[in-house]
Design a protein around this ligand. Sequence first.
Ligand code: ATP
Length: 592
Amino acid sequence: MMSFLEICSLFEKLENTSSRNDMVDILVEATRGMTSYELQVFSYLVQGRLAPMFVSAEFNLSEKGLLNALSREYGDEVFDLRKKEGDLGIVAEKLSLKTQKGLLLDFVYDELWRIVNTKGSGSVEFKYSAFIALIRQSSFLEARYLTRIILGKLRLGCSVKTLLDAFSVRISGDKSVRDLLDLAYGASADIGYISQIVAGDNPLEGLKRVTPLPGVPVLSRLVERVKTFEEVGERFKSEFAVQPKYDGLRCQIHKISSKSHTLDERVWHGRLKSAEIDMFGVVKEDVKLFTRNLEDITEMFPEIVESVRKLPVDSAILDSEIVGWDGSKFLSYQDTMTRRRKYGVEEQKSGVPVNAFVFDLMQLNGGSYLQSTTKDRFEMLGTVVKEGLDIQLSPCDFISSVSELKDLFNKYVDLGLEGVIVKDSLSTYIPGVRNFEWIKIKKSIDSDLVDTVDLVVLGYYLGSGKRSKFGIGAILGGVYNPEFERYESVTKIGTGITDEQWGGIKERLDGVGVDSVPKNVVIEKVLDPDVYVSPEVVITVDADEVSVNRSSEGVAKGLSLRFPRLVEFDRDKNPEDSTTVDELYALLPSRE
Ligand code: ATP
């Protein structure tokens, strides 16, 4: 069994590497000798997690709490050390044992789970003492990385994509297996599960066999945007499907078979102590709801859960949008989003009724529908979703002309919907992919920007004048550059934000504050903010126009926004799903 120290040395190498290709080389070399179990645990830990995103396994300990716990154990000098070093990981490293002898990986993984699983009265104290006990046994690097993992601040910049690249090279010597790995990961959203197959005897066969499993989310398929209706006609030469575009919360619905299924081969499964898994390791839940960010929202929508139970199927995975619906008309996006809460669910339920509008099918009664065409999937969906529940079937017209498309668009906009989604009728459901087989046309098509953009917050500026009392006066937003897996600054946003919002925004951003520019972030000099943040928070921004600034040092192709204003703070999105440099470039007004 590997020692945790070996894993930490690898973390340190990754931390000091900024090129993605170099990271891949390091990963291939270092993971070659790992057993299937070790590779699984490593794949979660390197993301700063104990389990995949869709499993709630949080430590729930604050930096202040950890600092106090350390001071009780090691004395008040801990506070000075914290001031000097700035990073609690380094503080813990300085206090740790000066030995080269590492802890066992298995032991550390179990101890971390023990902290996560401790709930109820007195649990916080227990968690802090378990943390201290771990630090007391740790040598230098172990203490550094344990502390950062527990704080949720590991941030090695080694994304799932980088791991998948490394797995491809491990299997074939190059990136040729990446597409297959993407499909398998897309169908399971569990990097540990994929790594276990990669380390197995016949990875290619194993990856081909990965299929959606109710209870485990599939990555949501995403949509591209176009500027005109005519462009849709050019892209789809023959028949295409048109559905209304609902403006609410993307929700993947899972009906889990009554025949118990087990997730035994996954290392997190037996360790997760929650209501979802009984003492025999069997998943108890019969319905699960996930957002596109893989967050479990089952408890927020009890009426949808009830309706799913009544569906005439043994098991299914459906793609839908939850929207406020009072029986005759749609409620606003803002009203719908008030249902996204953990507490007060019952009270809010009566004030803001919702329906799930189902538009796609990924799995039915044990069979995968990912490889079926849009037409076939929709046909089957019609047999699953029946009248009279809080789940409705989205309409879907198969047409082939732009004039019919415009008619449908106008019809849905008149009904209070956002526009339409157009889908290639022959395309399959490719998890996690965004390409022109799925296109959105929104009613803002006539406006300058065509659509809002989603930017990643890279920092903020201290307020001046009236805003000095908030300690924040504007936010720095950036776009994603997938080629280099990094975020590049675009614009300062200071409008569209109410006095009431600033406090919450500052608190959220301070929670992800960092001392210097992260290695996966590039900021143009003139936009340098007062406070840097780790690129984790996504915001939606509207503007009058995309423009190019020639003197921009080439950051984000010199693109900027004219009159940007905040539409929504902290979107349900991964930073990698935010607007890319190329997407922003495509929004430049045409110059002909
Ligand atoms: P994006 O998905 O492009 O990153 P976004 O979250 O701002 O950005 P939109 O651009 O408004 O979302 O449109 C895509 C979203 O539309 C989907 O993620 C889904 O939640 C929603 N949607 C509504 N109706 C449909 C439908 N019929 N088919 C697919 N998606 C739909």
